[in-house]
Design a protein around this ligand. Sequence first.
Ligand SMILES: [Zn+2]
Length: 289
Amino acid sequence: MGKRKTTYRTASRTAERQTNVRRAWIIFGTLGLGIASLVLLTTGILTPRPALIEDHPHASAVHGGMLVPVGDDRDHYHVEAVVTRGGIFRLYTFSADAAKVVEVKVQTLTAQFRAAGASGPVLVKLRANPQAGDSAGKTSQFVGRLPWALRGKMLEVKVPELIFGDHRFPVEFELAAKKIAGDMPTHRDDEDRLLRTSGGKYTVEDVQANGNTTAVQKFEKVKPRHDERPGPGDLVCPVTRAKASPKVAWTVGGKRYHFCCPPCVGEFVTLAKELPEEIEEPGAYVEKQ
Ligand SMILES: [Zn+2]
């Protein structure tokens, strides 16, 4: 009996030792592989490089937009397209290295936006909007405003001519212009920052005149009715052009504007701050005929 027990113990110890040896190998092996990959990565052997000719746009980019290759294999660039609140469309210019900003000469672009199923494109002017640090006469950003009718749609975008260096290149891509306002709740802090701070045409006096609050809070009890067919003389929402509600009023640039719903106030104030030249006098937002 005693002998059998000893044998059992010995066998058990051997198995244990083997397991320990195996474990050590696994640990050292993993460590070794890790170190080897690090060395390879730092020497650039495993680092992915951008291909010279790309046949499809990248999924994401510096500003969270869509990165699109421009040019040919000799002259290779990128643009990043971004749509933000207010329907603000921005185009940033990058070099062959998609993370490196490249300045181009100041120019006005005409972008063609065609919504899926639409017969013809809508033309939108994109003006140069130099970023901080861009040289005189140069820009690395263009900006324009998408009309409401294009929002939330799949868009074919074409800029027939963009001058990089001395050459003109066409830029073409497909873009999903997400619905941002109206039907999507925005975060309360964002709304606060937007409507309770001044900027562009939206002044400190405006913030006070509006009661230092957000439109969503102020008009909590207003039930928005989107009447898409305003009659002649009706006030229309400056954002959607639907019939404006007399209850949803907001002061911007010292003037009273009327909107179809509280989220549209945020859209309009975004424009007042970021693209003030897009804001017209309240009298412009009346249905004609
Ligand atoms: Zn609205």
